[in-house]
Design a protein around this ligand. Structure first.
Ligand SMILES: Nc1ncnc2c1ncn2[C@@H]1O[C@H](COP(=O)(O)OP(=O)(O)OP(=O)(O)O)[C@@H](O)[C@H]1O
Ligand SMILES: [Mg+2]
Length: 324
């Protein structure tokens, strides 16, 4: 096995939630609360879980777009946990992010050429305007856009085309690792497959590694080699796609998957209804965070002791007292 390109250990991000008169009282929001995860070169790791469980926060902390509260982040073997802005700059080009909403993540006053070319210039990857124009044209072609359209503005493009611009912008600095934060959730279903295919082709050609964040479990199964399921800031199950979808072990994963329609009747699951919403990370339940919604929780155990992530079969990790 090759060394991981990204390796996070016991990573935490606690925000401060202010309340009361003039925000005098504060409580921690444990958005990410002790995540350990590797991504290998050329690999896609899927990250799923309900809204608010900390997926985007984890993606941002890994890229050092926000600072971690605790834990460590290694990128290409180097510890980047506490690098300052200047020391991070050369790293920035090797790790990029693609956002969910191509409408709000592009500057409406910048042409496509300026948008894609900006980072190349900042990182000194082009030496003159001609070289920049050539490189932008090549990238636009590569993501399926017409180079003749490089002087247009974002509003002149469709949603799918804007996401292609976002991808070209990320690729402009020749990254090795990309956090794709719900890259297709805002797109029409008919366009989603095109963007997923494009990301797959780029991965094969360029050897990219992805942390692919998504709500849609079916898409994640298609694109990911391994999948991590998050619940209230913690990874509750981590396994190869085949093992996670074929033999989910955590009651939460089972519940999530039981809600996904499957074409193969052999894989049909009885529907498990998840009661209630995800509790607030301001006030997480004691013991196993999932126990109030869990159909198999044991009194005296699950409501008292927090389970740790343990390996049940090689490569299949589960954080549940009762999983076997
Ligand atoms: N800057 C912030 N300050 C305070 N709390 C925050 C901040 N950013 C995120 N949070 C809180 O952290 C938790 C995790 O948020 P995050 O956006 O990471 O979840 P998510 O899994 O990406 O959700 P979604 O699926 O809706 O995108 C939420 O409770 C959110 O309200
Ligand atoms: Mg998010």
């Amino acid at each position: 096995m090759t060394d991981p390109i990204v390796s996070v250990e016991n990573l935490k991000k606690h925000f401060t939630h202010r309340e009361g008169f003039l925000g005098m009282k504060s409580r921690p929001v444990k958005a990410v609360d002790g995540v350990t995860l590797d991504v290998h070169p050329g690999e896609t790791v899927g990250l799923v879980g309900e809204s608010g469980c900390g997926k985007s926060t984890l993606g941002r902390v890994v890229l050092r777009l926000i600072d971690p509260t605790e834990g460590s982040i290694r990128f290409e073997g180097a510890d980047i946990t506490s690098l300052d802005t200047a020391a991070l700059r050369p790293m920035r080009r090797r790790m990029q992010i693609i956002f969910q909403d191509p409408y709000s993540s592009l500057n409406p006053r910048m042409t496509v050429k300026a948008t894609v070319g900006e980072a190349m210039r900042i990182h000194g990857l082009v030496s003159n305007d001609d070289e920049e124009a050539d490189r932008v044209a090549e990238l636009l072609r590569r993501v399926g856009l017409r180079p003749e359209h490089s002087s247009r503005y974002p509003h002149e493009f469709s949603g799918g085309q804007r996401q292609r611009i976002g991808i070209a912008r990320a690729l402009a600095v020749e990254p090795r690792f990309i956090v794709a934060d719900e890259p297709i959730s805002a797109l029409d279903v008919s366009i989603q497959a095109q963007i997923v295919n494009l990301l797959g082709e780029l991965q094969d050609e360029l050897g990219l590694s992805y942390l692919f964040i998504a709500h849609d479990l079916k898409v994640v199964e298609l694109v990911s080699k391994r999948v991590a399921v998050m619940y209230l800031g913690r990874v509750v199950e981590l396994a190869s796609s085949a093992a996670l979808y074929g033999e989910p072990k955590h009651p939460y994963t089972r519940a999530l998957l039981s809600a996904v329609p499957v074409p193969d009747p052999k894989r049909e699951r009885s529907r498990i209804v998840l009661e209630g919403d995800v509790p607030s990370p301001l006030d997480p339940p004691a013991g196993c965070h999932f126990h109030p919604r869990c159909s198999i929780a044991k009194k005296g155990l699950c409501d008292r002791e927090a389970p740790v992530l343990r390996e049940l079969t090689p490569g299949h990790q589960v954080s549940c007292h009762l999983a076997e």
